[in-house]
Design a protein around this ligand. Structure first.
Ligand code: ACM
Length: 631
């Protein structure tokens, strides 16, 4: 065995009835642990591993999860009371180990057995996620009578406490079964906050006993899923609304419990005062002019706002939030606050009266006042609000620092958390002011953006975040002042679903980019290494495939740089994001195969040449043939 920091090891696998199977593998843990070292020797886990759980107790959710997962891996685990007798021992420390914190763990594989130790059940859960990644890839499809692991020590804890993944279930609605699958893959990569975007212009997905029209009207829209999002025909009067739905209270409780068992907190988002078309379709009296709208189809811009001068809008919002608080135990409630267009407020006598009565400067401050009222109400329920960065009092439609400085929201209570989506800058400004911040800048974290050349990808909202770009995400880049960094809770990736209408497509947009975000949020910045990550991703994709997830192969899409040689000739350099990918190509319109020319370095090509390329990685042809005309 070789000793390297990458921890190469041999896993000798004895497949039942099929003879011996031995492989030499690199240890591919994502996200990269803080510290890993391999020692001499190994430990063999047999088909009937004994698990001792000590203080955790047999009924702990983590023990049940581990037992189920080992059974899923076709092992037959057995609980034993004596640790001396066990193969896998779970240890909760009696005295807190400060280095490990609430989520860290120590994973030790010794010749005598495997020990997962932590201060908390969550830490044990993460230790197990790492152990699960040390088991062979095809563990769910093959029955092993034994699995041999190298002796090693892994000490690990997260860089950031907030490692979030968002899902918009308003633009398209997703079933509970899929939400659970989403939570499963989040947990596998140590993500711990699920930002559940439950209301927006395109559908209201929360149950309401008090306001039944939210569900009978607000949860449904005319079905235009057969038409491109941007070109959907507007609804006609009387047309039936058949697309949509909402989660029942029992379903939400089931999701919350399922998430909690995986160390994930579910944070509900209720959008206000903008992005309210679904709410106003149900209760038009909450708008400034009392006129409702349809639950939106396709682009809804600018989206309608709640009347901020109407006491009964605020009262109703507060009662809706009370229902939300009754269901969701999370410390945080996300109240939206983004992209609220104020034209209606400018025309509205009640909003103008509110501005005068509260001595507000303008409509911007009216939004700040509105959010502050909601914050006060939620504080009485013991909840802390999170809002998109506009809650800081940024000007309508503004982007970046200038407006932050010009128009600060002095009314916002100190504990409101800012979710910085229009770049890192608003978040940095908030953190400098002493606010807690979650970073999810569009540039790195919007997973509804394209991930490779649009010609080879399903329609997306726009933009471009390749896997490599996502990997560059750093919520607190080098040079961030330590006092500012202390206010950055972490970050998250966001999956808006205008262009995503099936679970398979949602998975495709999430994966593998979520793995890059997970490494950005868990691993020490100094441990990030793109080339190592890329290699690890290839193995992780195999794991994802075995578990039935769809993912994108966009990293294999060839990228060009062209340099002019003369009027007729261009010098073309071709690469993919994946090291050691071979590219075969033709220039005679024939389909490239492995017999075609292999790309070894920049080539001179006549303008107008039609080049076709076939990427091959580890002897597997990737995805498709790509074509370009040299211009
Ligand atoms: C957002 O993307 N409008 C928060």
């Amino acid at each position: 065995m070789r000793r390297t920091i990458l921890l190469l090891f041999t896993a000798a696998l004895l497949a039942t009835g099929c003879g011996r199977k031995a492989v030499v593998r690199e240890l591919n843990v994502v996200p990269e642990p803080v510290f890993m070292v391999q020692k001499e020797g190994s430990f063999t886990l047999h088909g009937n591993p004994k698990l001792s759980v000590a203080k955790l107790g047999q009924n702990s959710a983590t023990v049940k999860y581990i037992m189920k997962s080992l059974r899923h891996a076709r092992l037959r685990p057995k609980l034993v009371s004596m640790s001396s007798n066990s193969d896998i021992e779970l240890v909760l420390y009696d005295t807190v180990n400060p280095e490990l914190g609430d989520e860290g763990y120590l994973l030790e594989v010794r010749s005598s057995g495997i020990t997962l130790s932590a201060n908390t059940e969550r830490g044990i859960f993460y230790a197990y996620q790492t152990l699960a990644q040390m088991l062979p890839n095809d563990v769910t499809n093959t029955v092993y009578s034994s699995i041999t692991l190298p002796e090693c020590t892994i000490l690990d804890y997260p860089r950031f406490e907030w490692r979030g993944v968002h899902l918009d279930v308003s633009r398209h609605f997703f079933p509970v079964k899929f939400i659970k699958k989403y939570l499963d893959v989040m947990a596998n990569y140590k993500m711990n906050r699920f930002h559940f975007h439950l209301t927006d212009d395109h559908g209201w997905r929360l149950p309401s006993e008090r306001y039944p029209l939210l569900n009978t009207i607000g949860s449904w829209r005319v079905d235009r899923d057969g038409q491109p999002w941007g070109k959907a025909d507007p609804p006609r009067d009387g047309e039936r609304t058949t697309y949509g739905g909402f989660y029942s209270r029992e379903e939400l409780e089931e999701i919350i419990e399922y998430a909690a068992e995986r160390g994930i907190e579910v944070i509900p988002e209720v959008e206000m005062p903008g992005h309210c078309a679904a709410l106003l379709a149900a209760y038009p009296q909450l708008s400034c002019n009392g006129q409702g709208s349809h639950v939106a189809i396709g682009p809804c811009w600018p989206s309608p706002v709640l009347c901020a001068g109407n006491d009964s809008s605020l009262a109703m919002i507060n009662r809706i939030l009370d229902e939300v608080c009754d269901i969701f135990p999370s410390r945080y409630i996300h109240i939206g606050g983004d992209e609220a267009f104020k034209d209606a407020w400018r025309q509205c006598p009640r909003c103008q009266q509110r501005i005068r009565q509260e001595h507000l400067a303008d409509e911007e401050q009216l939004q700040s006042w509105f959010i502050a009222q909601v914050q006060k109400h939620l504080a009485q329920r013991g909840k802390t609000i999170i809002g998109w960065d506009e809650i800081m009092g940024l000007k309508e439609g503004s982007w970046g620092m200038e407006a932050v400085v010009n128009s600060r929201n002095e009314m916002l209570g100190d504990d409101a958390v800012v979710m910085s989506w229009r770049g890192l800058k608003p978040g940095m400004e908030a953190a400098r002011e002493g606010r807690k911040v979650i970073m999810c800048p569009t540039e790195f974290c919007y997973l509804d953006y394209y991930q490779a050349d649009a010609r080879y990808q399903p329609d997306a909202i726009g933009g471009m975040i390749t896997l490599r770009k996502a990997y560059e995400f750093n919520p607190a880049p080098l040079g961030t002042n330590l006092h500012v960094e202390a206010n950055i809770l972490g970050g998250q990736c966001n999956l808006w679903t205008e262009f995503i209408n099936t679970p398979q497509h949602a998975e495709y947009m999430l994966l593998p980019r979520m793995l890059a975000i997970s490494e950005a949020l868990w691993s020490p910045a100094a441990k990030k290494d793109w080339n190592r990550f890329r290699r690890k991703v290839e193995e992780q994709k195999e794991r994802l495939r075995v578990k039935g997830y769809n993912y994108c192969e966009g990293s294999f899409t060839p990228q060009f740089t062209a340099r002019r040689v003369d009027d007729n000739t261009m010098n073309i350099a071709i690469s993919t994001e994946v090291p050691n990918t071979y590219i075969f190509y033709t220039t005679d319109l024939s389909t490239p195969t492995r017999e075609s020319a292999i790309y070894l370095g920049p080539v001179n090509l006549i303008r107008g040449t039609h080049i076709k390329l076939l990427p091959v990685y580890k002897d597997i042809e990737r995805d498709s043939v790509y074509e370009f005309v040299i211009k």
